[in-house]
Design a protein around this ligand. Structure first.
Ligand SMILES: C[S@@+](CC[C@H](N)C(=O)[O-])C[C@H]1O[C@@H](n2cnc3c(N)ncnc32)[C@H](O)[C@@H]1O
Ligand SMILES: Nc1nc2[nH]cc(C(=O)O)c2c(=O)[nH]1
Ligand code: SF4
Ligand SMILES: [Mg+2]
Length: 212
């Protein structure tokens, strides 16, 4: 069984897949507590579903792109067979993960979108740094930036781990926290080889709306 908060069809708002119709499978529960988390409603509750139930609900949307997110999807061991099954069914599969849980066992066909938790999240000490060694060219690493301190920390980490040569590097502002223009201008001033992104769905729908 997999504990699931919601399954919905929306416009992918993040990563290089932003703008594409996508089905989201949001698993319940997260061992982290990022100070700025926009999905605290997925920490508790949820419904127990079988992998077959989930696949049937996903199929009903007739959409080839599926993202498994949360909560922290990899904190449920059943997320691994779920990801493999979605690949076997022919979907293009993304997993959005905090960086705090080992990505060992994630099907190689899955595109991993891995957060690196900056100091402003309060969760840097939870990072599982060996996850960076497992990044493949089809994966994406994401820094969610709250302020200038986070930015400088992220810049140092991405250089130290030579991330830009290994996969896409995303930088995204914490929604409503940092002036988006400042982050854009910091990236330009430093000529950082990263992809700046905003959470597109928060501009399409109300920022606190669920299921979009
Ligand atoms: C809700 S998390 C779920 C997946 C996983 N727990 C993680 O942290 O990656 C999905 C994505 O939303 C981002 N996110 C959450 N709250 C945010 C906020 N207030 N502003 C910008 N991004 C946010 C997270 O950093 C993560 O990349
Ligand atoms: N539209 C939309 N795109 C998203 N991309 C990643 C999301 C997430 O919560 O992981 C998300 C989300 O919640 N909604
Ligand atoms: S790891 Fe993800 S779901 Fe968990 S608190 Fe942080 S942003 Fe929210
Ligand atoms: Mg979200």
């Amino acid at each position: 069984m997999v504990k699931v908060t919601e399954i919905f069809h929306s416009i992918q708002g993040e990563s290089t897949y932003a703008g594409r119709p996508c089905v989201f499978v949001r698993l319940t529960g997260c061992p982290l507590r990022c100070t700025w988390c926009d999905t605290a409603y997925a920490f508790y509750g949820g419904r127990d579903l079988t992998i077959d139930d989930i696949v049937n609900q996903v199929r009903a949307f007739s959409c080839d792109l599926v993202e498994v997110t949360g909560g922290e999807p990899l904190s449920q061991p059943a997320s691994l067979p779920l990801l493999t099954r979605l690949c076997d069914e022919g979907f293009e599969v993304l997993v959005e993960t905090s960086g705090a849980i080992e990505t060992i066992g994630v099907d190689r066909r899955v595109h991993v979108i891995l957060d690196v938790k900056c100091p402003g999240s309060g969760m840097t000490d939870r990072m599982c740094w060996s996850n960076l060694d497992r990044l493949a060219p089809q994966d994406e690493v994401k820094f969610v930036i709250k302020d200038r301190v986070d930015y400088e920390w992220a810049r140092e980490v991405l250089h130290r781990h030579e991330l830009p040569g290994r996969c896409t590097v995303l930088m995204s502002p914490v929604f409503g926290e940092v002036e988006v223009r400042y982050l854009a201008e910091w990236i330009l001033a430093d000529k950082l080889p990263v992809r700046f992104q905003l959470q597109m769905h928060k501009f399409i729908w109300a920022p606190d709306m669920r299921g979009v």
